[in-house]
Design a protein around this ligand. Structure first.
Ligand code: AMP
Ligand code: ZN
Length: 605
């Protein structure tokens, strides 16, 4: 449904709202003559609830702020709307709170704030176009299985995307598939990871990339990661990469060497800002690729020319000779091709903050040369560590999602494990942690299903919902308790995606299933699933039963269970207990719950 504009231009004594950038009204402070000191988005409606985003923290006159608020509320009221969610700057909440009484039911909600690596600050997310977000996540290099650490960036980006959608934003998401150009050790010279794998496994490049892309996608599906709108493959964008590099050379930002076309980092005054190092620091600290003729240590390859005469599996013609694109170039070209020259948020693992993203920014801003930052928000997830170091293929100690599943861990328990930490903290992984998360998810799922009663298992529980829609339902149900809980979920997520806080409050509520009527639990669980992707209310005890070893005969176990059920029906507890012990000697553990007896197989007898 296209957004219904609610708030339009307004001319007051101390403030004016006038149409400005796409989809926003600029606020002028007439008392101080401050033009464009704030902005208002025209607002959207869900049921009887409107959402309006406003920023007035740059306006000093209290009268002007008051008038902006009055302009908004009177227009919303005139549209016949009963409730207003007003998303404000945090600094401004008190100024609004003091004046939100009256006939319109106004709820102040904090704006989404995230840690922006650019400037290392927690900042309000203000998108280029009102209500829309362009999001790019650096994708996997498909030369091998993705390990558990590699999954963290996509679960993190998924939490971000879910939160944006929960706040009614339309998200365009792109994750690329790096099927060429990523060299061993992230270097500029040497072997391509995909080619190397093709040789080592004796399979064609296409077989390798298809296989590892498929298993990556399978893992994302198991983790309930929503698929992006686009999955560009680097090999499909090579002609555009050549054009992009040629533009940089024409503008004097790149110079050719026998080894390829190199980007001249000294031409970019802000080079390295993202990494938090000054240019000189970068020069000293930079990884040194021994390339003959490079002007500066930090200069990097836009194009790698193959000079050794060796036949490559992947190579393309270019003005700089037969070769292949540089890894950094790929992401700039794919993101701009699909999201436009400028977009809102770029995500990736923290290792990319220091090199890959620094170089993406340098070449993109040189290419655009429009004096504006290429992308405003850069977000990075910290590492998943294993055995004291970053989980990495090169370090040897890696585990895949499939390894956890073989241990009997539900894939969504791994998602839960990731959500139990803030994305910006390192996470020390152990198998025990995964097993604990499995038990915790199982318990949480059982409690939520109990709270939902007959409503458990319904398809609607996985229908995404927005904050405005959920609050509207709470109002229809007349429940301020539900509204408070929805706002608590929201507060955890919009404050820099504190998923672990969301899980903590949810765990508390789940211990008191009768604290809300079923109809309210349904709304709450839909909201939780929208934000966490944990499928609560849909997971059943049977989903947590590990895959069966071949020596277990299911029919035999089910027969024993039925016999035991008969014994319990006539209250022959002694027999029921004996049967439970007998099954335990065969590694079959029983669990009697209000919804029946469940069984699972344990590792030891
Ligand atoms: P790569 O295929 O090496 O480009 O890695 C894919 C993504 O996983 C990148 O965003 C990396 O930053 C990220 N990554 C790699 N290892 C880890 C780890 N141990 N923990 C978290 N993220 C990681
Ligand atoms: Zn990238």
């Amino acid at each position: 449904m296209p957004p219904t504009p609610l708030v339009g231009p307004f001319d007051g004594a101390s403030a004016r709202l006038r149409p400005a950038e796409p989809g926003r009204l600029a606020v002028d402070d007439l008392l101080l003559g401050a033009v464009g000191a704030g902005w208002v988005e025209p607002g959207t409606v869900a049921g009887d609830t409107a959402t309006v985003r406003v920023s007035t923290s740059g306006i000093t006159s209290p009268d002007a702020v008051a008038e902006v608020l009055d302009a908004i509320t009177s227009q919303v009221r005139a549209a016949g709307i009963a409730r207003l969610l007003l998303e404000t700057d945090d600094e401004d909440r008190d100024r609004y709170a003091a004046r939100t009484g009256g006939t319109l039911d106004v709820t102040l909600v904090p704006a989404l704030r995230v840690t922006n690596s650019l400037g290392r600050r927690v900042q309000r997310v203000v998108t280029r176009d009102a209500g829309a977000v362009g999001l790019y996540s650096c994708g996997p290099t498909v030369y091998s299985y993705q390990h558990l650490g590699n999954m963290r960036p996509y679960v993190f980006a998924d939490s971000l995307k879910r939160t944006l959608q929960w706040r009614g934003m339309h998200v365009q998401h792109v994750i690329n598939i790096t099927d060429v150009g990523h060299l061993l050790k992230d270097a500029d010279q040497g072997e391509d990871k995909v080619e190397e794998a093709s040789r080592a496994e004796g399979r064609s490049v296409e077989e390798i990339t298809r296989h590892y892309t498929q298993t990556y996608w399978d893992d994302l599906r198991s983790l309930n990661v929503m698929f992006p709108d686009h999955w560009p493959k680097a090999t499909e964008y090579v002609p555009r990469m050549v054009d992009f590099a040629a533009v940089l050379q024409d503008r004097g930002f790149a110079y050719p060497l026998p080894a390829g076309l190199y980007f001249d980092t000294a031409r970019q005054p802000g080079y390295g800002e993202l990494a938090g190092l000054d240019f000189d620091g970068m020069l000293e600290g930079a990884r040194v690729d021994p390339v003959e003729g490079k002007h500066h240590k930090t200069d990097f390859a836009l194009w790698r020319t193959f000079t050794d005469g060796r036949e490559r599996l992947m190579q393309w013609e270019s003005p700089w000779g037969l070769g292949a694109p540089g890894w950094h170039l790929e992401c700039s070209v794919m993101s701009m091709s699909l999201l436009g020259d400028h977009f809102d948020i770029h995500t990736g693992g923290i290792d990319h903050r220091e090199l890959h993203h620094v170089n993406e920014i340098a070449q993109s801003e040189a290419y655009l040369s429009d004096g504006r930052p290429w992308v405003r928000y850069w977000m990075h997830n910290e590492f998943l560590n294993f055995g004291g170091a970053k989980m990495a293929k090169s370090a040897g100690g890696i585990l895949r999602l499939a390894d956890l599943v073989a241990l009997g861990v539900h894939p969504l328990a791994y998602r839960m494990l990731l959500l139990q930490s803030h994305y910006g903290s390192q996470l020390a992984f152990t198998e025990q942690l995964a097993l604990n998360a499995h038990v915790a998810l199982k318990r949480l799922a059982a409690r939520i299903s109990e709270a939902l009663g007959a409503a458990a298992g319904g398809d609607g529980l996985r229908e995404p919902v927005t904050l405005a829609e959920a609050l509207d339902e709470a109002a229809v149900l007349g429940s301020s308790e539900l509204a408070d809980r929805l706002l608590a979920l929201d507060a955890a997520m919009v404050d820099d995606l504190h998923t672990e806080r969301l899980l903590a409050v949810l765990s508390d509520w789940s211990r008191a299933p009768s604290s809300l009527p079923v109809a309210e639990w349904e709304v709450l669980v839909r909201a939780v699933n929208t934000l966490t992707g944990l499928d609560l209310g849909r997971l059943r005890p049977a989903d947590f039963v590990p895959p069966l070893p071949p020596d277990i005969d299911v029919a035999w176990v089910e027969d024993r269970l039925a016999e035991r059920e008969s014994a319990r029906a006539v209250k022959d507890w002694a027999l029921a207990d004996r049967m439970r012990d007998e099954l335990a000697t065969r590694r079959i553990r029983l669990e009697d719950t209000p919804s029946g007896t469940h069984w699972y197989v344990t590792g030891e007898g």
